[in-house]
Design a protein around this ligand. Sequence first.
Ligand SMILES: [Zn+2]
Length: 169
Amino acid sequence: MSDLVPLQAVLNARTSTLLGEAAGAGRRGCPLSDLRDRLRRAGLRPTRQRLSLGWLLFGRGDRHLTAEMLYDEAMRAKVPVSLATVYNTLHQFTEAGLLRQLALDGSKAYFDTNPSEHHHFYLEDEGQVMDMPDCGITVDSLPDAPEGMEIAGVEVIVRLRRRPGSRQS
Ligand SMILES: [Zn+2]
């Protein structure tokens, strides 16, 4: 993806500019300053690593990815981070409410850049996660929550497999 290449240059330029001037002045509408604000509002200090990873994560609409997938993107974009840092950052973002962790598969954690409640298709063999269309499902008969508890949310995962003979697009 060629749009990843200039990332580090953009971050370098933005960071040095921001360091050299009053923060926020004349930066309205800049995605990077939006990201800084978003991190601050979530209670996270906008460090360089969080900005770099946040830029990769949130710059392309709603998506679902594992720490390994984000790490690969970071390597391709020449962002100098370790896999451990990627893990830590994903968990910090999740705790701050910027991401939602999906319980799809015991062996790897998927993170959703859309933290609002919604349902998913999961193509198990290929590890592919897709949002279900809004009208995709209604859950209308839930059991009562156990004594002293209330239902906080309902997530539906519909597991898919390819039909025999169908081609992978
Ligand atoms: Zn989703």
